[in-house]
Design a protein around this ligand. Structure first.
Ligand code: ADP
Ligand code: ZN
Length: 728
């Protein structure tokens, strides 16, 4: 593996090691071989082109279909101190020209744009004038008409690729169907040998299918398991979304709705509140999810049936992108099948055939008694071989012995016959179990010989038997009304010529299994109080900077901090996801919280198994530790923050971190009013900050922050610290 790439992974991104396929992909790109990378959501595709982008001398152009995703990427990169920018139509002409200038000067390493922007004449001119090293096509399935998200503008990328024969082309997607893969390769003229396909098995997702009985109560019980955590609940209709949102809100859940019936502003506000951890749960139709990069979604609940297995996979894929355990609960009801079938019946005949095929695959997944990963991955052409995945309801349930249920089956079939083949399973079960419900008595079904003869099985077990009879084609269900009817084959069972065996589940009425699984999984050994304190600290910083909290640090980083209690910059740097720039920028705030917590609770730091970062190599100088030198020298020369901003295209806050590091480690900055000019505080407030710095020093800002009773933001303190230091 390229030493340089590993260095960047550690010093810039703060990660210990590459995930499966990442290093092979990066190596292939660095050899300038065109590369197609297929990885599931959360697999870590971005790093595959971002690291080469930092190594290549010229520009990496990234084409991506959604502005929100590009903005998120650019924010994340900037927080890591990587010069990245986005060119799109929403930029003001000043911003546009500024970015353009920076690209031409070569100060930007990664430039994101939508394919529409690419078509503009002025963009073409820009590209003609620069040195392009890498052309990355994100969401590359958009190029294929077979894909679920075909975008005609993507078609012109083939032409763009020819325009830059010397740039290496990288295509990335999470779509697994072979037809789409072939289409991408053909369009971009890629060789098979340069294709990397990661497994679609998301090993941190717990899968569970629950029989839908009383979905609202089931939902309330499920979400109780995720206090203060983020989750998505998918429903099939806007009405259902609104109803469920109202019920959950009535139960004091932190919840908002998302569907196409809301105004653009409402949708954007609800989505943003979810991403920023202002609300915990979003109840949504399938309209929600594209363009969401939130890594800490802890559960996805399907309140209704997804359209097919591919949408199911795509939707559960939004859980657990951070690699921590996440839970997928699917409320599966036979009534829902009827609804989907009703919609399918409206389609043309050929579409109906395909839709039915897809529906059946989904039903087979839901009804599977084997590991859920077998049918799920089979759909994507993968053969799952592990005997017990430990992460699905079926693998975790104790295998019940096969039970001969021929006699109950005969009772069920005969009950269908005697009630005139007009009713669904729920009603038949009521009759069999001797229900005194009005509907049963009114029809005088309490007079039937099959009334009350079925107490040997519980309701869910009768449901299970009814499903088995459907699977075995002994009965069929009316597509419109849901009533069950006997087939010819039922006769063999009624006559006792055929035996029926199933593994009767002993499930409690509502699922109890995932609770144990969830408990097992989340028992990561971290201090929950400190974790919540750190989350609160992160939220304050995120709101100040107007970014989602995960841009600052992931939950995983905070959990690690709450596990190892790092109390110095060196040990904080060992934490997963803490790279040099984030350390410089946010280190103080988090170290202060940790140190205070540890001294209050008399906890000592624990040495984290080390991420050995090789010392000073050329990359480290160039990408991480060298950046502050470059910036410090530039500032010494220019003496103007605004010009630096536009030249470097990094945030003011990042610039300030670099300058502080330069001032502390390298050389004194010139005396300047450049910092105080940027401050929006009143002069007397500025004086109070200076006085507090004189007392507490400038190495840590927390004491200053507290001295001023938290009234002055950290952004101001960062600015004024540099003013203070340049005026000593
Ligand atoms: P994808 O685009 O494939 O859905 P991302 O590139 O967004 O996935 O990566 C998902 C998450 O995993 C991100 O938070 C990313 O920073 C993290 N990640 C990627 N590679 C690694 C790695 N080698 N070690 C730890 N975390 C990683
Ligand atoms: Zn399993």
């Amino acid at each position: 593996m390229s030493e340089q790439a590993l260095q960047i992974l550690k010093t810039v991104f703060g990660y210990d090691e590459f995930r499966s396929h990442q290093s092979a992909i990066i190596e292939n790109i660095l050899k300038r071989n065109d590369t197609l990378a297929i990885m599931p959501t959360g697999g870590g595709k971005s790093i595959c082109y971002q690291i080469p982008a930092l190594i290549f001398p010229g520009l990496t152009l990234v084409i991506s279909p959604l502005i929100s995703l590009m903005e998120d990427q650019v924010n994340q990169l900037q927080a890591l101190g990587i010069p990245a920018a986005l060119l799109n139509s929403t930029l003001s002409s000043r911003e546009y020209l500024e970015t353009l200038g920076n690209v031409q000067k070569g100060t930007i390493k990664l430039l994101y744009m939508a394919p529409e922007t690419l078509m503009l004449e002025r963009t073409r001119q820009l590209l003609d004038s620069i040195h392009l090293d890498c052309l990355t096509i994100d969401e590359a399935h958009c190029i294929s008409e077979w894909g679920h998200d075909f975008r005609p503008e993507y078609r012109q990328l083939a032409g763009l690729r020819q325009q830059f024969p010397n740039a290496v082309c990288v295509a990335l997607t999470a779509t697994a169907t072979p037809q789409v893969q072939q289409d991408i390769k053909n369009s971009l003229q890629m060789a098979d040998s340069n294709e990397f396909i990661a497994s679609f098995n998301r090993t941190n997702l717990f899968l569970e299918v629950i029989e839908k009985q009383n979905p609202v109560v089931q939902t309330l019980r499920l979400i109780e398991k995720y206090p203060n955590q983020s989750g998505i609940i998918y429903c099939n209709s806007r009405r259902q979304v609104d109803e469920l949102t109202a019920v959950l809100a009535g139960h004091n859940c932190s919840v908002a709705a998302y569907h196409a019936g809301l105004t653009n502003d409402e949708r954007a506000a609800n989505q943003s509140a979810f991403i920023r951890d202002d609300i915990q749960i979003i109840v949504a139709t399938i309209a929600f999810g594209m363009g969401i990069n939130k890594p800490n979604v802890r559960f996805v609940l399907h309140f209704d049936m997804p359209r097919n297995i591919e949408s199911y996979y795509q939707q559960i894929g939004r859980a657990g992108r951070d690699g921590l355990p996440a839970y997928c609960h699917f409320l599966f009801g036979y009534g829902d099948i009827q609804k989907v079938k009703f919609f399918i019946n409206q389609k043309s005949e050929s579409e109906q055939r395909i839709a039915n095929l897809h529906l059946n695959t989904l039903i087979a997944f839901a009804e599977a008694e084997e590991c859920r990963r077998i049918p799920l991955l089979h759909y994507f052409g993968e053969h799952y071989t592990l005997e017990n995945c430990q992460l699905c309801d079926n693998c975790l349930s104790e295998k019940q012995p096969l039970c001969n249920v021929t006699v109950p089956a005969q009772k069920f079939l005969s009950c269908i016959y005697r009630t005139g083949q007009l009713f669904g399973a729920a009603y038949l079960i009521d009759v069999l179990r001797g229900s005194k419900a009005k509907k049963v008595l009114e029809r005088q079904h309490d007079q039937l010989p099959t009334y009350g003869i079925g107490t040997e099985l519980t309701k869910p077990q009768w449901q299970q038997l009814s499903r088995k009879l459907l699977q075995e084609n002994l009965i069929i269900q009316d597509q419109e009304f849901g009533s069950l009817k006997l087939t010819e084959a039922a006769r063999t069972v009624l006559k006792g010529e055929r035996q029926i065996e199933i593994r009767l589940t002993q499930r409690p009425e509502f699922t109890g299994k995932s609770k144990t699984a969830a408990e097992q999984q989340t028992q990561l050994d971290y201090n929950h109080t400190l974790f919540h304190t750190l989350r609160a600290c992160r939220k304050v910083l995120a709101d100040q900077e107007n970014v989602p909290p995960y841009i600052i640090f992931s939950d995983k980083s905070l959990m690690e901090m709450a596990t190892w209690f790092p109390q110095s910059k060196e040990s904080l740097l060992q934490i997963n996801g803490v790279g040099q720039v984030k350390l410089d920028h946010y280190g103080d705030a988090f170290l202060d919280e940790i140190t205070r917590f540890c001294s209050e609770h008399q906890i000592a730091e624990i040495a984290r198994p080390s991420r050995t970062v090789p010392l000073s190599s050329s990359v480290e100088k160039k990408v991480a530790s060298g950046r502050h030198i470059e910036i410090g020298e530039l500032f010494t020369r220019l003496g103007c923050l605004d010009q630096m901003q536009s030249d470097l295209n990094i945030k003011l806050s990042t610039t300030l971190s670099h300058l502080y590091k330069y001032q502390s480690d390298v050389a004194q900055l010139p005396t300047t009013d450049a910092f105080i000019c940027k401050s929006s505080l009143a002069p007397d407030q500025q004086d109070r900050v200076m006085a507090a710095m004189a007392i507490h020093g400038t190495e840590r800002l927390r004491p200053v922050f507290e001295e001023l009773r938290g009234e002055i933001s950290y952004d101001e303190l960062h600015l004024l610290r540099l003013h203070y230091l340049t005026h000593r």
